[in-house]
Design a binder for this molecule. Structure first.
Ligand SMILES: CC(C)(COP(=O)(O)OP(=O)(O)OC[C@H]1O[C@@H](n2cnc3c(N)ncnc32)[C@H](O)[C@@H]1OP(=O)(O)O)[C@@H](O)C(=O)NCCC(=O)NCCS
Length: 338
């Protein structure tokens, strides 16, 4: 697309709004199966609709020489709770350098814009390949999940299962969106976690209600007084023909709400021809309800996450409460094949 060879030494800088069309064209050149109209739509959702967006935060770092760009690394903004403080977090996505600029030693300075003294207090990434694992760990990111740290669970739809336990006094209903009940839920559950992406109603609605390519099923568990006891989000993946339980939130003590939501998630997918409903958690309080709902641990090398905390943080990356909905690995779900 751009003229070759590179005449001078390229420089790396943060992106400007006028770069964005070129960035999306580069993405379509480097990553197979991307289409410009869909990438524009995704970019609008990732940045313009995102409640964590702040005007001072750069959306990407770019490789530039003369009037042309030759690569970029984008940063989807999130808010992260570290300890009890909420700080800015950036999810590094779409790392790419075009063919004519590869092998020039640009990858390290490009990834350093996020991982070393970048604009975010918690840089992270999810869904890692060999290149990103190599590059990000060289810049101090810690890997969690994956082969050595299995955190995946599966419910096989067509296996024989013991009858689902009945949960008294909790009703689970499908809802169109999350509201102030989930803001109140978030204020309770955040006390159970020292490292967690913010999950208030605005964040949950952006990620799941407003996701542009495939509908998500939003579930709310309520007690008799109508308060939200927890939420779950389920999504079908037409490309892989499987289901994901992307989100499952409740108080640490509330194994009843957890179980009621797991049962409702099962009921939502039972009867479909897909084979499996996948879930992932690093959180011990969910293990007994998962077992009761006949979700089985699934050894494997996904999902995986990388993050980096400020030096001398009392919190460890291993404390991170992760979910399948965090970061961009499933931002492709529902995108039709070209
Ligand atoms: C990943 C990418 C940005 C690296 O750019 P590059 O110009 O090829 O990288 P460099 O030549 O500067 O190499 C930097 C280092 O990364 C390593 N590296 C590059 N590609 C790699 C790969 N596919 N697997 C493992 N390591 C890789 C190099 O060996 C080098 O190692 P060093 O730290 O010992 O020097 C580029 O190859 C690319 O755009 N790939 C396609 C998109 C992609 O896979 N992105 C990553 C995940 S979204």
């Amino acid at each position: 697309m751009n003229p070759r060879p590179l005449a001078r030494s390229p420089r790396i800088r943060f992106s400007r709004p006028e770069d964005e069309e070129q960035l999306l064209a580069i993405k379509c050149e480097v990553f197979e199966g991307c289409r410009l109209d869909r990438e524009r739509r995704r970019w609008r959702w990732e940045f313009e609709d995102n409640p964590a967006a702040r005007s001072h935060l750069p959306r990407a770092a770019v490789v530039e020489e003369g009037p042309h760009l030759y690569g970029y690394f984008a940063f989807v903004p999130y808010r992260m709770q570290i300890g009890s403080d909420v700080v800015s977090a950036g999810d590094g996505i779409d790392l790419c350098i075009t063919d004519q600029a590869r092998g020039l030693g640009l990858a390290h300075p490009l990834v350093a814009t996020l991982w070393d003294e970048g604009p975010f207090e918690f840089p992270f990434t999810a869904g890692i390949n060999r290149a990103s694992r190599h590059l990000f760990s060289a810049h101090g990111a810690t890997l969690i999940g994956g082969q050595d740290d299995p955190i995946a669970f599966v419910y096989f739809l067509h296996d024989a299962h013991p009858p689902c336990p009945k949960v008294k006094d909790i009703t689970v209903q499908r809802v169109d969106e999350f509201d102030e009940r989930e803001d109140a839920l978030w204020q309770r559950i955040r006390k159970d976690h020292s490292l967690i992406l913010v999950r208030d109603a605005a964040s949950l609605n952006w990620r799941y209600r407003d996701y542009p390519f495939q509908e998500c099923l939003l579930l709310r568990a309520t007690a008799k007084d109508g308060a939200s006891r927890g939420i779950a989000v389920v999504q079908f993946d037409p490309a892989r023909q499987c289901w994901y339980l992307l989100e499952l939130l409740h108080d640490s003590e509330d194994s009843n709400a957890c179980l009621a939501l797991l049962v409702a998630a099962r009921e939502a997918v039972d009867g479909s021809s897909a084979e499996a409903l996948y879930y992932s958690t690093r959180w011990q309080p969910q293990h007994a309800p998962l077992q009761a709902a006949d979700f089985r641990p699934l050894p494997g090398d996904v999902p995986n996450f990388m993050g980096k905390l400020p030096e001398q943080s009392p919190v460890s990356v291993r404390d991170w409460y992760t979910s399948l909905g965090d970061g961009d690995p499933l931002f492709e779900v529902g995108v039709e094949a070209s």
